[in-house]
Design a protein. Structure first.
Length: 622
């Protein structure tokens, strides 16, 4: 049975194809179009999935869209009706789009697929539409290593649901409890993202990265917390929340918040994009992150009570909050948790396909052996041959070294890392989800005190405070971190172990923000955040043998089986996909060394690159 899943028309459009429940291919449209968070119909992603599988669209048993557009339209109409005349501007802006496209989604999908495959008889094409949070839940449970689990999905909003608790057993997912729009943990976090000067639906991870710069000893944090839970938010014991809509505009306007009321409440205005970050911004970020953690934990406790399950699966955009995930794991409510690596809307494409296969068609699940999941390390995107890379190099008159001996290659690369150089690392199939996991990554030495500053300012062209994640060979995890489980998808935060930390000065929390950032905290300075935490990727030999061998060789030379890993892109651009994407990023930034498959490129050997200034200008902002 062959099923294609699609997500589109909000953000993070994607396609995923499964055959008899096995994931064949999946990718986000942005990686092909080079438009970050591309929301259009995922034409190129569908083409890739079909090419990777060898099937024609006509051979598919079903095409599954990740939500129910008519139910979502009902929510929009009812919201306007209840709040009228407020929201008229929003209503007038979305109605033409819905009337033109989304109310006729079946026709639109069929038309787009027929463009891809002109001979397709669209009348024979079976279209299915699971609910949004069912797609999220299926993306989390069905690929997980658990035969039974509680499932928690949290995002902005689907049709009506903003968070759900479900129970997965075998090939059945049963909804148990939901929270409904306009009350939403995801939208609450996005509102603070907006107020603190970042872009909604893409800047939430910046808010999470800013939070540790809050001063835990500051009275401001206590003050902000009291104001939030007094005026903005009522948190129930079961983790559900009630949000005072007098302070929010997302339900009735084209903005997230009532900015006048927020200024009156917190004593400062919405931070302008790109303006200086002050301590009060950090303290507010710290406060809302703490509240997010607490709410997620309350929801998880409720899920445990309702299901009695030993394990928990997570999906929805809020499941990308690795700080909350790490704290939830540490609480020990469940024996283990598993998070869909593409937890946001892109992952809905995969979940929709799996929901159809198991729920609609009733197919049994096959649990992976050795307690592994069935995500194949999330390496399920496009891959390219050495010939593809050589043709690209000829186009740009690039100089390269073809090194078939992988041991020789990693010997060179690890020497470069040890010398403080930055390496672009492009290997095998592209990762699924927003995290680079060692196939489209920028690498550095985690011990190097200047590495965070160098990569942020000279390569990524982004805010200097932004933290980096470590890739650690799985067998060495507990030598560096207080983490007793695997974290293959970089979705768990854990603390650096005590014996690697350095003593902080007594006035540490009174220092200016960037003085604190550059204060030595551990022997892994570039990946240790201000609160001694790190967002960890455990690298496994069976899922990524080349990346595992690279880090192991680095350990043989330095004693450290750990390196810096950040996504291979510059600010505002999607992660690279093709060899040309990787070479362009390499040449337009201060990356020192590039490896694509068996090809080695050294920066000093390359011809002059004329697009560097244009690159910086185009990607100045997210």
């Amino acid at each position: 049975m062959k099923i294609l899943g699609i997500s589109a028309f909000y953000h993070d459009s994607a396609a995923a194809l499964i055959e008899h429940g096995r994931i064949v291919a999946a990718a986000q449209e942005e990686r092909f179009s080079r438009i970050k968070q591309d929301s259009r119909f995922p034409v190129e992603s569908v083409k890739f999935c079909m090419m990777q599988s060898g099937f024609r669209i006509a051979e598919l048993d079903a095409v599954v869209f990740y939500d129910k557009p008519l139910l979502k339209f009902e929510r929009l109409l009812e919201t306007f009706y209840v709040n009228a005349p407020k929201g008229l501007e929003q209503f007038l802006s979305f109605v033409p789009v819905w009337l033109k496209e989304k109310l006729f989604l079946k026709k639109l999908i069929r038309d787009e697929l027929q463009v891809i495959e002109p001979s397709l008889d669209v009348k024979q094409l079976k279209l299915l539409f699971p609910e949004h949070h069912i797609s999220h839940a299926a993306s989390a449970f069905f690929p997980s290593p658990f035969d039974e689990a509680a499932i928690l999905t949290i995002d902005g909003v689907g049709e009506w649901s903003t968070a759900t608790i479900m129970h997965g057993r075998g090939n059945v997912i049963k909804p148990l409890k939901e929270m409904r729009f306009p009350h939403s943990l995801g939208l609450l976090y996005s509102a603070f993202t907006y107020f603190l000067g970042f872009k909604v639906n893409s800047g939430e991870y910046k808010l999470m990265g800013m939070a540790p710069y809050g001063n835990p000893n500051s009275m401001k944090i206590k003050e902000y917390r009291e104001k939030i839970i007094t005026y903005l938010l009522d948190i129930k014991d079961d983790g559900s929340i009630w949000m005072n809509q007098d302070y929010f505009k997302y339900a009735t306007g084209l903005r997230m918040i009532n900015e006048k009321k927020w200024k009156e409440l917190f004593g400062f205005e919405t931070r302008p994009v790109e303006s200086n970050i002050e301590q009060h911004h950090c303290d507010l970020a710290y406060t809302i992150q703490q509240l997010h953690d607490e709410i997620v934990i309350k929801m998880a406790v409720t899920a445990k009570k309702m299901t009695g399950a030993k394990y928990l699966c997570l999906a929805g955009g809020s499941a990308l909050n690795s700080v909350s995930n790490g704290k939830l794991l540490k609480k020990g409510i469940f024996e283990n948790i598993w998070i869909q690596p593409a937890a946001g809307d892109a992952g809905g494409a995969l979940g929709a396909a799996l929901a159809a296969y198991h729920q609609y068609y009733g197919a049994e699940r096959a649990i992976a052996d050795n307690h592994h999941d069935t995500m194949q390390g999330a390496y399920i995107g496009p891959e390219f041959s050495d010939l593809d890379t050589e043709l690209m190099a000829r186009k740009f008159k690039a100089i390269f070294h073809h090194i078939d001996d992988f041991e020789k290659m990693i010997d060179i690369v690890t020497d470069h890392l040890n010398d403080g150089k930055v390496v672009g690392w492009h290997q095998g199939r592209m990762e699924w989800g927003p995290r680079a996991l060692g196939n489209r990554s920028i690498l550095g030495d985690a011990r190097n005190k200047e590495m965070q500053k160098k990569i942020n300012l000279k390569i990524k062209y982004r805010e200097g405070f932004r933290p980096f994640a470590p890739s650690v060979i799985a067998e060495d995890t507990q030598s560096f971190f207080d983490l007793k489980t695997d974290s293959p998808y970089m979705l768990l935060i854990s603390d650096v172990v005590e014996n690697r930390r350095k003593s902080l000065p007594v006035d540490y929390y009174d220092l200016p923000l960037f003085d604190r950032l550059y204060t030595p905290r551990s022997d892994l300075q570039s990946i240790t955040h201000l609160d001694f935490s790190a967002r960890i990727q455990t690298v496994h030999k069976d899922t990524n043998p080349r990346y595992h061998r690279l880090i192991s060789r680095f350990k043989e030379k330095t004693g450290y089986g750990i390196i810096v890993n950040t996504s291979f892109n510059v600010r505002g651009e999607p992660i690279v996909c093709t060899p040309e994407d990787s070479f362009s990023c390499f040449m337009a930034t201060e990356i020192d060394t590039l490896v694509i498959g068996n090809m080695l490129f050294i920066k000093e050997e390359q011809p002059e690159w004329n697009n560097k200034d244009k690159w910086k200008r185009v990607f100045a902002l997210d």
